[in-house]
Write a protein that binds this ligand. Sequence first.
Ligand code: OXD
Ligand code: MN
Length: 635
Amino acid sequence: MSSIDNKRYAPLLKEKMSAENYRKLLELDNPALFEFVGEYTELCEPDSVYMCDDSDEDAEYIRKKSLELKEEKPLAKEGHTIHYDGFNDQGRAPGATKNLVRKELVPLMGALLAKEREEGLAEVRGILKGIMKGKQAIIKLSCEGPTHSPFSIACAQMTDSFYVCHSEELLYRRGYEHFLRMASKDKFFRFVHSAGSLDENGNCLDLEKRRIYQDMEDYIVLSTNNQYAGNSVGLKKHAMRLAIKLAGTEGWLCEHMFVMSIQNEKKARSTHFCGAFPSACGKTATAMLPGEKIIGDDIAYFRNIDGEFRAVNVENGIFGIIKDVNALDDPLIFKTLQTPGLEMIFSNVLTGPDNEPYWLGMGVDHPMRGWNFSGEWSEDKTDRQDNPIPFAHSNARYTLRLGYLENIDPVYNDRNGVLVRGVIYGGRDSDTSVPIEESADWESGIILKACTLESETTSATIGQEGVLAPQPMANLDFISYPIGAYIRNNIRFVEGMKQVPRIYAVNYFLRDEKGDFLTHKLAKKVWLHWAEQRIYNEVDAYRTPLGFIPKYEDLKSLFQQIFQEDFSKELYQELFKFRIDAWTAKISRAIRFYKRTAPDCPEEYFSIWRSTIKELQDIRREFGPFIAPGAYKER
Ligand code: OXD
Ligand code: MN
């Protein structure tokens, strides 16, 4: 029996919901959820409200409605569908995204997309008024992290998009049963989304009213007039921003990281790593390295459980960039994407007359006409500025369940997560960082490697591509409270732990003078196996001014063992020389960035960066601009 006695919204919800759906809502016996559904039903005015539980029937209802309303269309292979976002809705929209915070916090937020809360709420609620008229709203409950675990965060999504619900069904764990049994009934994240009015192709008409406003006080995100999943799917990037804030207040961490394990067959051991890379910088490819095991590719929660650094993947699926997924570079995902009978959504790729999906870097010929993110497409099609429209978008995606992958780590659902032994930070820089370097300790790893991470902007966000931009912890787009406090929480998180993970900085993007990459795509497997051996103190290393790098012999034997490949000493010397001037410039850019955009960043961090630059200058007097591997000795 439900104890809900909500006089304000009960009549409205009884009118908008079928008796069966109303029963499902009541049975949860959750006044806060009832209030949330009532409040936003009153505001958004959907014609009806559908309440999902965890049944397969409800999952089927969502799939069917998404097809019926043409939000998705079936592709040639059974279970595969295609969804298109509008031409100008192909990536996350930082310009429309705001963290709503109390007035006094706005000046402290610096670069973090802040807006005064009351003002932001009034604006977006104005846009939401009546926005779902003529549509059905769906309420879907999910759980971030494994259900009923120390990591779980319950989430309630209300949306008028069945594609959004279908994506959440593939990407997250169902949460109705979790809501039924959870202890703190009013502790859950809330998401409201509406695609708004749609054009004849089913895309948003009112992009100028696109808003993604996250209320950091009440842990609710209001998202309007968008469809791209990075803007619309509440549980993905919106929940990530809310979780980062919540973690900051509760003493745990939410990071933009994969979770995976390196398999050492000789030693019969599996060692877990997490890794932060800005979007489109090799994160999924690292998590999916052939021969290793994946737990997740995008978002991790970290908790100190009995003195151990433990992590879970927040998600249960992958919303991955499809560009360059081909039989050679990503054989496992490629094979999965070709498998009929698995349920998956392709987005913003070309569909040809054969009703199959084609994407950039797929490694097969594509048809010269078909349908893509611009509508009907043929080879000579141009945009308004007369630029040719490529046959597929470079941020086109696939959405599938992790469980489909052959290389899923059997422990991926463990309620206490996995023990993390190594944390990796990787950016996209063509001329500074070596392929892998171990930090001297946790704090210097955070200050010198994680905080100075930079990357070139990519098509995962709307705006100019290829611009070198700071990316603290690969998380700049998602940090939702002042950066100085966020850095401090990262440093303090390991206090009192029995064993602190090692920090590694990696860079897969070093190029030669002609602009060619210095190593092949799978070389990252060698760097990670070296890190694994370091963790067990099985290989020695050379000191550098910023950490430790591999010795040639150890890499040579790994290249031989893994790829039966000769790794030349010349290439090693080129890859692993320490580039003093480039590092000095990088740290100077970091100082400028934090001065400009992180008003709460403590002086202590600036003095570490400044003294590192001074030390690098002293070292330069002895070595010149480059230090050959092995030449440097600790002072
Ligand atoms: C993503 C992103 O889709 O970071 O994961 O943009
Ligand atoms: Mn991401």
